[in-house]
Each structure stands twice: as C-alpha cells, then as structure tokens.
Design a protein around this ligand. Structure first.
Ligand SMILES: [Zn+2]
Length: 460
C-alpha cells in the first residue's frame, strides 16, 4: 500500500506545470459546439496558454492527495473508445502528449470508475451516408456495438488494471480491488435506431447511461444545437425515458435542448444525470445547463457532472472560439475540399491553421467555479465531474490529462470545501444517484416486461 501511495504522489508531482500537450480533437466536440452545430468540424485545436499557475501549498497538496486516494472518483465521460476503434489505439500504451487517457495515467489519476463514451456520430443516422456505407460500416447501432466491443477487448487484455462495472456495487468493488472500473454510456440516442428492444440489448451489454441526443435532433428528441422537431420529447421519446427507468439506466441530459431536459424531469421517476455539462451562468452555450434546470435536477435527485472543455467553462473562450470559427470558415472549407481524400493530412492542415490563429484559454479554477455554482444553485449533493477527456481539443491550464485530476481536489480544499463534500463531488453523489436508479428499477426482467413498440412514421 505504501509503495502505491508514493508512486501516486510522484505521478502527481508535476501538477500545475504549464500545459505542453497538443492534443488532437477526436470527436471535435469543440468546433461542432462552438460553431453552432452545422457542418464538418476541424478535428484539431492547439492548446492555448493561460496565465501562470499559482504557488502550491505543499501541506495542503499532501492532504489533497490523501483525500483523493481515499475517494471513490467517478468521471462521467471519456471519449477514448472512439480513438481505440478508429486508430486501433491500445489503452495500455502510454500516450501522454497525444491523448488524455491511458492505463498508467488512469491509475495515477486515482480513478475508481470512468464512463467510456460509446459515441455515435450523427453521420451513422444520415440516410445518404447509410445508403452508401451500410454494407461495410452499418448504421448507428452497429457503430455503438463496435465501440463496446473494442472496450471489452481492452478489459479482457488488461484484467489486472481494469474491471468492467455496471452498477454502484461494481464501482465500490473496483475501489476495494484497486482497479479502474470501466462503465459504458451511449452518447447519441439515435444509437438505438428507434427500437426499445435495441435499448434493452445495450443494457444487457452493460450500458448504464444514454444521452438522449448528441448535438443532432433525432426522431424522438430535440438536441441542444439543432432544429427543434418535437418541442422537446415526442411520445416515443417519453417511452424511451420510461423504459430506461424500468431497466435501471441513467437518462443523460447532456446535449439535449432545454425543453427536452424539462420534459425528462416531468417523466423520469429516477435521478437523471448530465454526464458532461457545465453551467450556463459562466458560458452562455446551449450545451450548458441553465439555472432553472439546475434547480430541477436538485428536486430530481440527479447530478450535473462538470465538463472541462474551456469553451463550455468560460464565456471569454466561447466568444473567441466563435469568432475564430467565423474567421476561418472559408479557409477550412477550402482545406476540406482539397484534402477530402486524405483525412490525416486534412487534420494536420486544420491543426496548423488553428495554431496560427490562437484563442485564449481558461484555468482549472474555472472548473471549480462551475462546481461552486451548481453547489450553490442545486446543492452540493448534485454536482460531479464529467471531464470529456479525449473528446475535446484542449483543456484548461492546470489539467493536462486524466492524471491531473487530484488538482481539482486540491482546489476544492483550498476553497474551503469539507472533506465530506469533496468526497461527494468526486464520486459520492453519482454513487448515491446510481443506487436510486437501481432502486427505482427494482428486480425486473430485462425483456419480459418491456414494450415492443417500434417507432413508425405515424408515431413520431
Ligand atoms: Zn458530448
């Protein structure tokens, strides 16, 4: 045990060093969100610089590390499966400076449970794309299955480091065993291809949350950053929520429209989560949760897990990113046309373009401002962390990758949070909500009682 602790301290000793990583955007959460959703996003962004980090109080740092090591730490959202699938990335291979996540750094981070994002891009639901690619690449559900498979592959390859987790009890067991619990959450409700049976199969495979949409409105729920077609949830969308409650799967409101969020609160009998969303009070982005809905998550018993993406954290960064998107629209379009058959070169060229057009960054302190805000508006029982590691192009100064998570614990203690509240924020709140989701589901048959309804044109 002692040996482990010293390795952990060493691993974290570089905290607050200036960011040097220049991490690629895999999912381009960045540009798609920043630019207002339409069109292909640039896949890379440089890591901008922020102000110098404050001096660290070594005594407090030691206390933070001890507390962090004791905590059940749960991260609501990590996009590494997309990289594993698309680039044949082996999670056991150290990748600092390139990706935010690998097994050595997951262990350094003190992570107990991390939700791997089973992210399904909207293209897999686009009729034109499906018509062209279905035979070779399938549709939305197959994409989700591919990401689940590649995640299981890593779990099987590294049984001494990783352990599959699909319940609150599994997370607690992961803590006892000293392994990193890996959970699955689907990102983009179009993954179920309008089928409750498919939803149930994903549950069987271990999926424990689903964002009802990604940035795209689907056939039963409106998204944050797309046109509204259902005024929130359609009737079938309500049925999806009820079925998720029945199964014991978190309904995830990250990426949905405000009206969809509100409808979810009306329908859900179990706590909901926002697996990776921040507060709109600090960055006026539709991906963030406004105060009136933060209050509702308190009544619902759910958890808002703060996203670390600087555009969602800081209005100044959001405005700068928008301005840059406008300015570079034409040049990016030309590059996409020129390198349409060479995605690797396209990514490099887009990266270069961003590098010569830098935007300001924010700092880790801003993440904690969001935690403070949610704690103030919804209560300290309703906030957690949902990093979006490997789904965003850059991170705030002070948090380079997953290994830097203890810096958040330090900042919380520095601001006077009690040990008890820090433990809640790092993962205790998510565990409590998970227990409640499982209690609401009760002892049930996965298929036996479920509706066989399928979404037909008339039902939309
Ligand atoms: Zn997302």
């Amino acid at each position: 045990m002692k040996r482990k602790l010293s390795a952990f301290v060493l691993a974290c000793a570089a905290a607050f060093a200036p960011a040097t990583a220049n991490v690629s955007v895999r999912k381009a959460e960045a540009a798609r969100d920043g630019a207002g959703a339409k069109g292909r996003a640039p896949r890379t962004q440089p890591a901008p610089q922020a102000a110098a980090a404050p001096q660290r109080d070594e005594k407090l740092w030691k206390r933070a590390l001890a507390l962090h090591r004791k905590a059940v730490v749960v991260d609501g959202h990590n996009d590494i499966p997309t990289i594993m699938a698309d680039e044949d990335y082996d999670l056991g291979v150290p990748s600092a400076g390139k990706y935010h996540t690998d097994i050595p750094r997951l262990k350094q981070s003190g992570m107990t449970g991390t939700f791997f994002s089973i992210y399904v891009d909207r293209q897999y639901a686009a009729p034109d794309w499906i018509a062209k690619n279905y035979a070779t690449r399938g549709g939305s559900a197959r994409r989700a299955l591919d990401l689940i498979d590649v995640s299981y592959r890593m779990l099987e390859k590294y049984p001494d480091d990783l352990v599959f987790a699909a319940s609150a009890a599994d997370i607690r067991r992961a803590k006892k065993s000293g392994k990193v619990g890996v959970l699955f959450g689907i990102e983009g409700g179009h993954a179920i291809e309008n089928s409750l049976a498919a939803l149930r199969e994903f549950y069987r495979l271990g999926v424990r949350y689903m964002t009802l949409t990604h940035n795209n409105t689907n056939e039963w729920a409106d998204a944050c950053c797309d046109t509204s077609r259902h005024n929130g949830l359609s009737d079938f969308g309500r049925e999806v929520v009820r079925e998720m409650n029945r199964l014991g799967m978190f309904v995830d409101i990250s990426h949905v429209s405000d009206k969809t969020m509100s409808d979810v609160f009306d329908v859900s009998k179990a706590p909901v989560i926002a697996s990776h969303s921040s507060a709109r009070a600090f960055s006026n982005h539709k991906r963030n949760v406004p105060d009136e809905l933060l209050k509702r998550i308190a009544q619902n018993g759910g958890v808002v897990m703060i996203n670390f993406y600087p555009v969602f954290l800081d209005e100044k960064v959001r405005v700068a990113a928008l301005g840059r998107d406008e300015k570079l629209r034409g040049q990016r379009g030309e590059l996409r046309e020129r390198y349409k058959d060479d995605p690797k070169r396209l990514e490099e060229e887009l990266q270069k373009l961003n590098e010569v057009n830098p935007i300001p960054n924010t700092t880790l302190s801003m993440i904690v401002n969001h935690i403070d805000h949610v704690a103030k508006v919804a209560g300290v029982d309703h906030v957690g962390i949902g990093s979006d590691f490997d789904g965003v192009g850059f991170l705030p100064e002070g948090i380079r990758d997953v290994a830097d998570l203890p810096n958040i614990t330090y900042e919380l203690l520095r601001r006077g949070y009690s040990d008890r509240d820090v433990l809640k924020i790092l993962g205790g709140n998510l565990l409590r909500a998970f227990d409640e989701v499982e209690r609401v589901a009760g002892r049930r048959k996965v298929s036996g009682e479920g509706s066989l309804r399928r979404l037909g044109a008339a039902a939309r």
